[in-house]
Write a new protein. Structure first.
Length: 482
């Protein structure tokens, strides 16, 4: 299938209404069993939180370059405050959040050691929203609909859609613009509340649950999907099937089957959110449903190759859709953070060093070798051309940033190369949080950018002795003299 160049979602705004959850991850090491009872003792190392549920849909929309108007309900509690802050930290997100004093905001905490999930603790009490809150949401939806190119209803069965809210939103959207795409990520055993939506995106398990059939063959999926589609007056159903890919049942056409794209599957959590986000953006941009499903399948193939409730960038999606294979070592800061998440999931120690690496010489190789020996995975921060010109003058660099990055990426001791535009890698170090920071011994620790930050987090700074007589400036001078 030939795709249109529909990868610029910067002018697309999606209205997302859904259950938001705070996902918490606690990482550590297990080295012994508790003497009190036969359970592992987790030695805490670090933890972080991120948006889950409908919040992960929002993260995917923004990472793909789109804009979001997000409507949801939170409790008046610290978890709700954390979600507020995460939403504020996202770009291109406008929120209309309603607070109910008697509601408890949901948090799911996962405890992980050596790449293994030990335990998940769910803090949730599921109660329907009040009718007065429902009225406020409907009023907010009506207010923002003129600004949106598509609508997502992200149902996690946490109480938001337990009354009549779904049908009220669908009717408002249809009355405003009959062909406005309404995409529903469904849950539960009854789908009547999704009647008249544009697309439903159940996974195979959810489709089995709602139809009451085993769905052993593609024909079973097609038959039950068509019956459900007719019963609910739904335009189309996109069934996500994990390793079997996806199946689109669209009107009276033959099923459109999309094979799974992932080369390696590390984590399928959140893949459905990625599908919904990509599908809505593509439909909002004017793509056909087949094209939108194709892109959603590509995005799902990318995200399951990452750890946790991950996101897909616009660059990753475009590269995958055009079947270009990027150099996996040369990554942007966002991709580097995803790599680090996977490496830390394995309990690996992360090292970082940086430089211009204009003409690679023995001194560079010595520092890189020493750095690689001090960690399990080594990331190299590389100054861009404009950064080097500011630091060293207009006659540098000798080699452009693409060439320098490719040379570094070809070295076996280097695991990732990240370009940075600033004069120093300070912001990059804050983003990556390395365990080991490496520089040449011509620096003292107090002059190493990021040293205080790394040491405050329990990391260390390594100063490597230089190789006498080896420097880029010396080499350039010899070349000019020759």
């Amino acid at each position: 299938m030939v795709l249109k160049d529909i990868f610029d979602f910067s002018n697309i705004t999606i209205l997302c209404v859904g259950d938001v959850i705070l996902d918490s991850f606690v990482y550590g090491q297990v080295e012994r069993i508790s003497p009190e009872s036969p359970v592992p003792v987790l030695h805490h190392q670090h933890q972080f939180t991120m948006l889950g549920g409908a919040g992960n849909v929002i993260r995917n929309i923004t990472s793909l370059g789109g804009k979001v108007i997000f409507i949801s309900v939170l409790g008046d509690d610290p978890i709700g405050a954390d979600i507020h802050q995460h939403l504020k930290d996202l770009k291109n997100v406008q929120t209309k959040l309603f607070t109910e004093k008697n509601r408890r905001t949901i948090r799911k905490t996962r405890f992980i050691a050596q790449g293994q999930h030990l335990l998940r603790v769910d803090e949730e009490v599921i109660v329907p929203i009040t009718l007065s809150t429902e009225d406020k949401i409907i009023e907010a939806v009506q207010e923002v609909l003129p600004s949106c190119q598509a609508v997502i209803l992200s149902d996690y069965s946490k109480g938001l859609f337990q009354n009549t809210l779904c049908q009220s939103i669908i009717k408002k959207a249809r009355a405003f613009k009959p062909n406005l795409p309404i995409i529903v990520d469904p849950k539960g055993k009854t789908y009547q509340r999704y009647e008249d939506a544009t697309v439903l995106t159940p996974n195979l398990k959810e489709l089995k649950e709602v139809t009451g059939h085993c769905l052993k063959t593609p024909d079973d999926i097609m038959l039950q999907s068509r019956q459900l589609k007719k019963k609910l007056n739904i335009d189309s159903i996109l069934v996500t099937q994990g390793a079997q890919g996806m199946t689109l049942i669209e009107k009276d056409e033959d099923p459109y089957r999309l094979p799974a794209k992932a080369k390696e599957v590390y984590d399928v959590s959140g893949a459905g959110d990625t599908v919904v986000a990509t599908l809505s953006l593509a439909l909002g941009a004017g793509s056909s449903l087949k094209q939108a499903s194709y892109l959603a399948n590509e995005a799902a193939g990318i995200v399951v190759g990452k750890i946790g409730t991950a996101t897909v960038s616009q660059q990753e999606l475009e590269s995958a859709s055009h079947t270009r294979i990027p150099n996996q070592k040369i990554v942007c800061p966002t991709q580097a953070q995803e790599l680090l998440k996977y490496w830390r999931y394995q309990g690996l120690k992360i090292g970082f060093t940086n430089g211009c690496f204009d003409l690679l010489h023995l001194g560079h190789l010595h520092i890189l070798q020493e750095a690689a020996q001090a960690c399990d995975k080594l990331i190299v921060g590389l100054n861009t051309d404009t950064s080097i010109q500011r630091l060293k003058g207009q006659d540098r660099p000798i080699q452009n940033q693409d060439t320098r990055a490719m040379v570094l990426a070809a070295l076996s001791m280097v695991d990732a190369v990240v370009l940075f535009e600033e004069d120093t890698p300070e912001n990059l170090i804050y983003q990556l949080c390395p365990d080991v920071l490496v520089k040449g011994a011509d620096y003292t620790i107090d002059r190493v950018v990021g040293a205080d930050f790394v040491q405050a987090r329990g990391g260390k700074v390594l100063l490597v002795n230089l190789q006498p007589g080896h420097s880029t400036t010396t080499t350039v001078t010899k070349i000019k003299a020759a």
